[in-house]
Structure formats: structure tokens, C-alpha cells
Design a protein around this ligand. Structure first.
Ligand code: HEM
Length: 454
């Protein structure tokens, strides 16, 4: 029943609310502090705050996650902050992207990508890792992920074009949680400029692909990537998607897949360096798989399914450093939750991921000794429902979750079988200042190829 009692909490300063606190806890590398402190202070798993100019109810814990994920489009709907809307120039809900993408991320499609992933990881390690004794992991992980996605989904092969786009992408995410004031030099203004550039480049690619595909008359050799599909897909009124709309869809898609996956690759390398016993177990499992059909053989779907321990390692990386910190939902009606009212129009910040770093991912009730890197915690039945949510949940759960897991597994398989490595900054901090979790200095490491020990 709606009793009009708002959750406890503060709206903070005029306009900026509690944004500064939120930003500083991200910068310190402990985004959970913002939530945990308030949960303790208000003795509640729901509290109110104000961030980036919006009144927000933060729902925490598995029950908060469950509530948000099960009430999508009933009590809450997707909402993105104004800054993000202005930067990306996209509508709030991008169902066209989701509808078109699902075909390319379903299990049958993923099976076909394994060879491409395998080939790209080997090529990347040979070209970008092998010539160096020391290197910075994060920039290379970004380069690798971006080129894989450009090839697989957009048909872009030209490394110069990829590098040009990649450079601009680095400017986009820092603008998302900034104030939407377009002053030169601000993160917001840089992100707007970068998006304009990216959209122009994407439009060029769309035109090139359209020309190429119409000349080929879509015969059996026609590439079947996401862009080729969406170019010829029609809506209910039999209309093709416009060039601007496709550019917009591609932009969101690239943003959703790029930094997230590269952040996880980097954090994977980080945690394997810190946990030699985990590294040794991943290597053992990888060597067993390689023995089955020979080390030079391309990985197969069956091989991916044999990577049981490695899959738990990926989960543990996503638990400790979830790349996506949280997402907003808007209350469609007045909502009654845990005895409080969340008024219509308020943004209910779902507690999944960002909030759950503290409320579930790092809660000892669900993950004993939460700071310990322990992949075996995912053995057996795994995590309790709604406690492990790096990809969100419900109807809007990340459609790329299995794609991302597969990339991480293929990458880890080749990396551990080629190298050992050590961190050059032993306690390098991971923070969330520019979006996805990333080591502050880009994770410099020293490589030790296994071939040196032979
Ligand atoms: C480790 C990597 C990744 C993580 C942690 C991640 C996480 C997430 C999360 C938390 C959401 C928000 C769900 C919500 O609003 O409730 C999301 C949305 C999305 N992700 Fe991922 N993601 C990853 C990789 C990918 C990849 C590789 C792709 C594409 C191949 C992808 C495509 C998308 C898309 C298109 C959306 C928007 C879905 C919508 O609006 O309904 N993501 N992702």
C-alpha cells in the first residue's frame, strides 16, 4: 500500500546532490563505500539520494535486484542519464538494437565465432605481445577487443580505420556520468565531439558496405555480419532502417561491448598475476584440452565447454571487478517497496552490479571472505539467485554475456599457454573513475614466455 513514506537518505547539495561523494568513492577504487555507508547509516536496504541532478532511490541486496529485474516495463522502465542521451543522441529505449542483435549472439552464432576469436587472439599475441618484454595490458586489451568486434560485427578490416575509431571511443565513457554542460575541454564536451566523429566514420562504413553488398547481390559468399544483416532488415511496415538509425545502433553496440570486455580481460590478467595457484590450475586445464587434438588446432565449442575451472575464474573476475557499475530505471508508477514509497518519475537505481559490488558481490553473507580471489566458490550450485549480477538480469540483461565470456576464455587459454607474467606495480589500484573497472596505470607487466624455460 502506498503510505507516502519516502526512503531515508539525503538529497545533498542543490543541483549536484551527492554526486561528488559518488565520484570520489569511484576514484578511490571503492565504489561500494557510497552504498555501504548509507545502508549502515539508514539501517536499510533502500535509501534515497540525488545524483547528476536526479532524485534516485537505491535498491540494494538480492531483493532489490529481484524487484528491479522482475518489474521491467511493469513498475520500472529503462532510463539513461541526460548526459548519456545527449552524448549518444539516442532514444531512451533502443529495442531495435536488442531485436536485431539477438540473432548474432545466440549459441549457434557463438559457435561460429570461436575460430575467428581463436585466430584473432593468436594474431594479437604474436603481433602485440610477443615483441615486448614489458607492456601495458589495458590499452592492448582495448585494441584487441575493438578489432575483434569491428571484424565480427561490422566487417571493418582496416587497422588504420580501427585505430582512428578506437582513439575517439576512449573519450566517450568518461562523459557519461558528467554534468551535461557543454563547455570546451570538459569530459562532456569531449565525448560529444568524439561521438560526432564516430558517427561520421560509421556512416562511411555503412555506405561502403551497402555498395559492396548491393554489387554482390547478396549471394552465398555475402558476409553475414551484424551490419550486413541490419542494412537489409525491414521493420513491420517493410521499411529499411535509415543510415542515421543504423549509425546510432552501431554506436551503442560498440560502446556496450568494447570497454566492458577489455576491462575484464585486463582484470583477468591482474588477478592471475596475483594468484599463481589459480594460474597453475588454468594452465593445467588448458594443457589437458590442448592434448586432445594437438596444440596448433583451433579451439572448438567442445573445448570451450571443457574449460570448467577457467569459466569460474572468469566469474570471479566479474564478481570482484564488474565492469558495469549500475544502471538506472525510472519508476513508471508510484512504487511501494520495503514499506517505502518511490514516487513516479524517480529514477530507481537498480542495485545490480554497481550497487551490488557492495550489497551482494562483496557481501560475506553470499560470498565468504569476499576480498579473496577464489574461483572455486562458483563450483557446485554457484551463487545464490540475484547475488551475482555482472550482466544485470531480467528482460534487459546484457545480450552479449556469453559472447564476452567466450572471448575471455579463448584469450586466457592462449595467454597462459604462452606466458607467465608479473605485475610491474605490485599493488596497482583498480578504480572506476573513467567507467569500467581498470588498473590506474593500465597494468604494466613483465612477460616470461614459456619457451624461455625449455
Ligand atoms: C564483460 C563484458 C560485459 C559486461 C559486464 C556487460 C554488462 C552489461 C550490463 C550490466 C548491461 C545493462 C543491462 C541493463 O540495463 O539492465 C548491458 C547491456 C548491454 N550489453 Fe553488455 N556487457 C558486456 C559485454 C557485452 C558485449 C560483448 C556485447 C555485445 C556483443 C554487449 C552488448 C550489450 C547491449 C547491446 C546492451 C544493451 C541492452 C539493452 O539496452 O537492452 N555487452 N551489458
Amino acid at each position: 500500500m502506498n503510505n507516502g513514506k519516502l526512503p531515508r537518505g539525503k538529497f545533498g547539495w542543490p543541483v549536484i546532490g551527492e554526486t561528488l561523494d559518488f565520484y570520489l568513492s569511484n576514484k578511490r577504487g571503492y565504489p561500494e563505500e557510497f552504498v555501504v555507508d548509507r545502508m549502515k547509516n539508514y539501517s536499510s536496504e533502500v535509501f534515497k539520494t540525488s545524483l547528476i541532478g536526479e532524485k534516485i532511490a537505491v535498491l540494494c541486496g538480492p531483493s532489490g535486484n529481484k524487484f528491479i529485474f522482475s518489474n521491467e516495463n511493469k513498475l520500472v522502465k529503462s532510463w539513461i542519464p541526460q548526459s548519456m542521451q545527449k552524448i549518444l543522441c539516442i532514444p531512451e529505449s533502443n529495442t531495435k538494437l536488442r531485436n536485431n542483435l539477438s540473432e548474432f549472439l545466440k549459441p549457434e552464432a557463438l559457435k561460429k565465432y570461436i575460430h575467428v576469436m581463436d585466430y584473432n587472439v593468436r594474431q594479437h599475441l604474436d603481433h602485440d605481445w610477443a615483441p615486448n618484454q614489458t607492456l601495458e595490458v589495458f590499452p592492448l586489451a582495448k585494441k584487441f577487443t575493438f578489432s575483434l568486434i569491428c571484424r565480427l560485427f561490422l566487417g571493418i578490416e582496416d587497422p588504420t580505420q580501427m585505430a582512428k575509431l578506437d582513439e575517439q571511443f576512449a573519450l566517450v565513457t568518461p562523459g557519461f556520468l558528467s554534468f551535461p554542460i557543454n563547455l570546451p575541454g570538459t569530459a562532456f564536451s569531449n565525448a560529444i565531439k568524439a561521438c560526432k566523429f564516430i558517427r561520421r566514420e560509421l556512416r562511411k562504413t555503412i555506405r561502403q558496405q551497402r555498395l559492396y553488398l548491393s554489387e554482390k547481390k547478396r549471394d552465398s559468399e555475402t558476409p553475414n555480419h551484424f551490419l550486413s544483416h541490419i542494412l537489409f532488415a525491414t521493420d513491420d511496415d517493410n521499411k529499411f532502417t535509415s543510415e542515421d538509425e543504423i549509425a546510432c545502433i552501431l554506436l551503442v553496440f560498440l560502446i556496450a561491448s568494447h570497454d566492458t570486455t577489455s576491462s575484464s580481460i585486463t582484470n583477468l590478467v591482474y588477478h592471475l598475476a596475483d594468484n599463481p595457484h589459480v594460474y597453475a590450475q588454468v594452465l593445467r586445464e588448458g594443457n589437458e584440452i590442448a592434448k586432445i587434438e594437438g596444440p596448433e588446432k583451433m579451439l572448438t565449442w567442445e573445448d570451450i565447454n571443457r574449460m570448467k575451472y577457467a569459466r569460474n575464474v572468469v566469474n570471479e573476475v566479474l564478481r570482484l571487478a564488474p565492469p558495469v557499475q549500475g544502471f538506472f530505471r525510472e519508476a513508471i508508477h508510484d512504487i511501494t517497496y520495503a514499506g517505502f514509497t518511490i514516487p513516479k518519475g524517480w529514477k530507481a537505481c537498480s542495485s545490480f552490479v554497481y550497487w551490488s559490488v557492495s550489497t551482494t558481490h562483496k557481501d560475506p553473507k553470499y560470498f565468504p571472505s569476499p576480498e579473496k580471489f577464489d574461483p572455486t566458490r562458483f563450483e557446485g550450485n554457484g551463487a545464490e539467485p540475484f547475488t551475482f549480477t555482472p550482466f544485470g538480469g531480467g528482460p534487459r540483461m546484457c545480450p552479449g554475456s556469453e559472447f564476452a565470456r567466450q572471448v575471455l576464455l579463448v584469450f586466457m587459454y592462449h595467454l597462459v599457454r604462452k606466458y607467465r607474467w608479473e605485475k610491474l606495480i605490485p599493488n596497482e589500484k583498480i578504480n572506476f573513475e573513467h567507467g569500467p573497472a581498470a588498473p590506474v596505470h593500465g597494468l604494466p607487466i613483465k612477460l616470461h614466455p614459456h619457451s624461455d624455460n625449455k
